[in-house]
Design a protein around this ligand. Structure first.
Ligand SMILES: [Zn+2]
Length: 58
């Protein structure tokens, strides 16, 4: 079974897209980290929105 690693999430507040293939270098999140694996205090690196303000990007 192949795991799709392209499940990106978009910040509804500013439009920032979290791509698990890239991670979030600004917050020391390594590439390959799924959105649901992000640490609890992680917020949008652009506007500091909390994780519940992100929607799946299909
Ligand atoms: Zn944002």
């Amino acid at each position: 079974m192949t795991t799709a690693s392209t499940d990106r999430y978009i910040c509804v507040n500013c439009g920032y897209v979290y791509d698990p293939r890239v991670g979030d270098p600004m917050n020391a999140i390594p590439a390959g980290t799924r959105f649901d694996e992000l640490p609890e205090p992680w917020v949008c690196p652009m506007c500091y929105a909390t994780q519940d303000q992100f929607d799946p990007l299909d």
